[in-house]
Structures are given as structure tokens and as C-alpha cells.
Design a protein around this ligand. Sequence first.
Ligand code: 5GP
Ligand code: ZN
Length: 115
Amino acid sequence: MAETSCLFCKFATGEIQVELIAQNDGAVAFADINPQASIHLLIIPKQHFENVGELATSAADLQAVMQLARQAAELSKISDTGYRLVFNTGADAGQTVFHAHGHLLGGRSLQWPPG
Ligand code: 5GP
Ligand code: ZN
């Protein structure tokens, strides 16, 4: 179910238009508004889950997100050079949008450990 006050639910349903890079039955991918790398996409389930831990309770939605991340990486031509898929979860990780989303980052050398 879509949460009425959730921005990413509105992106997923099309109530607010956002240019989709790719989608499948359960997930959509679009560019982050504040990119941290030359490729920075957000991969979100169409259904509302607060974070990736909640998303993990639904095998079909989790698989849709992970498969779309793989496809988006291929479309963005970062599968071979490498990429990072990050799910910030909760306060210590700095999560600011409480609809589960994977950050797909690539196109540059990424530091480890992250800050
Ligand atoms: P978090 O901090 O929750 O892991 O990541 C939220 C991400 O959503 C941030 O990277 C932020 O730039 C992105 N974001 C927030 N609002 C919007 C928006 O309206 N459009 C898009 N495309 N990205 C957004
Ligand atoms: Zn939502």
C-alpha cells in the first residue's frame, strides 16, 4: 500500500513524475537529486517499506529491487568497472527518506571505509 505522505510512494505510483531509468514489476530506478558520483541512482520497491530490513520480509519485493539494481548497473555501464549498492538504515546511517531505497553509486573510485 502507498503511504499518502511518502514522497517515494508518489514517485513509484506516478502521482509525482520522475524520469525512470528502469523498472520491473516490483521496483523503479531514478536518478538521485543530489548525486554523490557520476552514476547515482535510487532503486526503490513500488510498495512502501520503511527500510531495507522491512523490505527483506517480502522475498518478491526484495528480489525485484536487487534485480533492478543489477539491470540499472548494466544500463549505466558500471557492471564491469564496479559499483556500490548502499541502503542507509536508521539514524546512525543518516537515513532521511523512510521508504526503502538502495543507492547505486559508480563511475568513480569509491573510498572504503565510508564516512
Ligand atoms: P537517504 O539519506 O535516506 O539514504 O537518501 C535519500 C536520498 O534521496 C538522498 O540521496 C537524496 O538526495 C534523495 N532525494 C531526496 N529527495 C529527492 C527527490 O525529490 N528526488 C530525487 N530524485 N531524490 C531525492
Ligand atoms: Zn513510500
